[in-house]
Ligand binder design. Structure first.
Ligand SMILES: [Fe+2]
Length: 254
């Protein structure tokens, strides 16, 4: 039997060029399962293609991101910055009712059950209040989420577009940058809260697409970064009439 290798993809944000580059890399990694951490749509110009591609991967679990929720519903966009709101409005008009219903009915969090793998949790924002779309940047934010992680050793999240991870051992929590060169080793009696990075709009000043691979047999979680055709993605944003700011931020990774 082949070894279980789980690809965790989050914050794809309708960036087809980044998603394609990630899938090219994944083809070389013997991935057996997919998990989606949410925000499939929003910001960039290929929401339909990215949504169809994600669904075709038949992920074992998918959670709802804030952009998925706002695109899937008609909630007013108070609180969204103007360029993000413009993309949500544009995406609502582009997707069909079935697509929007799919996005609007995704769960806020999920327990991911794969035979032979310890059950782990996923959430887009925070486990303490997933529908409020809080951001986990600091240890205190992580602690609040991890209180709701209970018996689960592992939780993956997204939303900040910032690959950070938090480790709780003997009652103390520490935060670290998640780097491609330094895989995380899952140790016993330790709790982990790991951001999987953003496929379609990284914000850690590294513009390359990010995703995570979890190999349970090896107790290993790895971050991957891949280059993609940023210029084509930018051109599509401009051609769609979406705000220039959304194109410009991709090349600086902010
Ligand atoms: Fe996002």
């Amino acid at each position: 039997m082949s070894k279980i290798r789980i690809a965790l993809l989050g914050d794809i944000h309708a960036n087809l060029e980044a998603f394609n580059a990630v899938m090219e890399k994944i083809k070389t990694l013997d991935v057996t399962h997919y998990v989606c951490i949410g925000d499939i749509v929003g910001y960039n110009a290929n929401p339909k293609e990215c949504l169809d591609m994600m669904r075709a991967l038949n992920p074992v679990a998918t959670v709802r991101g804030n952009h998925d929720e706002y695109v899937g519903t008609d909630q007013d966009l108070y609180g969204f910055n103007p360029s993000a709101a413009a993309a949500v409005t544009w995406t609502r008009a582009l997707l069909n009712d079935e697509d929007r219903h799919y996005l609007a009915t995704l769960p806020y969090s999920a327990d991911v059950r794969i035979p032979g793998v310890p059950t782990f949790k996923i959430v887009h924002g925070t486990l303490d209040c997933p529908e409020k779309w809080g951001y986990i940047f600091r240890v205190r934010d992580a602690e609040l989420s991890m209180e709701n992680q209970r018996g689960f050793a592992l939780c993956f999240f997204g939303h900040t577009h910032m690959p950070l991870f938090f480790v709780e051992k003997e009652g103390e929590t520490q935060g670290f940058y998640f780097q491609q060169e330094v895989p995380i080793t899952i140790e016993p009696n330790t709790k982990y809260l790991i951001n999987v990075g953003s496929v379609g709009q990284p914000r850690d000043e590294n513009p390359t697409a990010a995703f995570t691979i979890y190999t349970p047999d090896e107790n290993k979680v790895e971050l991957y970064r891949v280059e993609y055709d940023i210029q084509t993605c930018q051109q599509k944003i401009r051609d769609a009439g979406l705000p220039e700011k959304l194109a410009a931020r991709l090349e600086i990774g902010r």
